[in-house]
Design a protein around this ligand. Structure first.
Ligand code: OFO
Length: 172
């Protein structure tokens, strides 16, 4: 049985993961529609699918603990980026915020001696190390090439090679 406080925290995290999905979906659309960067677009679309998976994982966990998982209303992502570089900057800051949220839930699980949630959150701690590292590296590359179009196109080609999540083709 999850505490009331933990149920709320996990439902908030579901909302955060679904917001992340929408944020990356919007970035993916913009990269293709406004900048002609198909590789960046593909990378963000893959990230959209991954974020939905993160939300689903929490929902499944809550159901297995007999807690009520809920979907909340989400705000539309505010477009604070104007190109690939600033989008990566926003994505990096966003992932750092998600890492802090994961840390807060982990702390709560430890305080409550909630070993099940602690075990779940260990997976998210590891996932956030990976997510932050990936976004930080792409951001660093984009910073390196700055306004050189050929450099940006090279990164774009690289990002296009990101393996698609399972069932991704069903949405094309
Ligand atoms: Fe769910 O890891 Fe990104 O936000």
């Amino acid at each position: 049985m999850l505490s009331k406080q933990m149920t709320q925290a996990l439902n908030d995290q579901i909302a955060s993961e679904m917001y992340s999905a929408n944020l990356y979906l919007q970035m993916g659309l913009d990269m293709a529609q406004d900048h002609g960067l198909q590789g960046f677009s593909h990378w963000f679309m893959c990230q959209w699918a991954e974020e939905l998976g993160h939300a689903l994982k929490i929902m499944h966990y809550m159901m297995s603990r007999g807690a009520d998982a809920k979907i909340s209303a989400l705000e539309a992502p505010e477009k604070t980026w104007k190109d690939a570089r600033t989008a990566m900057e926003v994505a990096y800051k966003h992932e750092q915020m998600i890492t802090r949220q994961v840390g807060d839930i982990m702390k709560m699980a430890k305080t409550e001696n909630d070993y099940g949630t602690e075990c779940l959150m260990r997976w998210y701690v590891g996932e956030q190390i990976e997510e932050e590292d990936t976004v930080r590296r792409i951001h660093a590359q984009v910073m390196m090439v700055r306004d050189q179009k050929s450099g940006l196109l090279f990164i774009d080609k690289e990002l296009h090679t990101r393996p698609e999540p399972a069932h991704f083709h069903d949405y094309h």
